[in-house]
Design a protein around this ligand. Structure first.
Ligand code: HEC
Length: 122
């Protein structure tokens, strides 16, 4: 009896560990959807602006990217909360912005994605 409890505890511990890791891993995979247009390296603008150090950045702030007036005037500072709303539904969060992305509906996916991005800029 005692032994099986110990085994169970070990299995539970391993499970908790793998879940904690899979967040960032799955977020890295999900970022493939963004990578088509966004780099995380500074100064590498593609169809979209680079996302280097995006947490704490003002929306539309990069000098060398031509943003839509809507995004520039949005007054948003990017945080977990504002990014979550934008990735969920870009057009609803910032009407008339020009990001051609339909949105990521699953809250869990967005949490993983933002966890990955946050890890990148630690
Ligand atoms: C098909 C191309 C494309 C895809 C895919 C895409 N984006 Fe964008 N993104 C853009 C463009 C273009 C803009 C600029 C929009 C504007 O100026 O209105 C933008 C803007 C942004 C901004 C604002 C940056 C700033 O400097 O203010 C963030 C944050 C962002 N995207 C995150 C994401 C994330 C996260 C994903 C993946 C879930 C994603 N984007 C997917 C093209 C894309």
């Amino acid at each position: 009896m005692k032994r099986s409890i110990i085994v169970l505890a070990a299995v539970a511990g391993a499970l908790v560990n793998s879940v904690a890791h899979s967040d960032v891993k799955s977020g890295e995979k999900l970022f493939e959807e963004c990578r088509a247009c966004h780099a995380i390296e500074r100064g590498v603008n593609g169809v979209g602006p680079d996302l280097h150090g995006v947490f704490g950045r003002r929306a539309g702030a990069l000098e060398d990217f031509r943003y839509s007036p809507a995004l520039k005037k949005s007054g948003i500072t990017w945080s977990r909360q504002t990014l979550d709303a934008y990735v969920l539904d870009p057009q609803k969060a910032v009407p008339a912005n020009r990001m051609p992305y339909g949105g990521m509906p699953e809250a869990r996916d967005r949490a993983d994605l933002l966890e990955y991005l946050q890890q990148e800029f630690k």
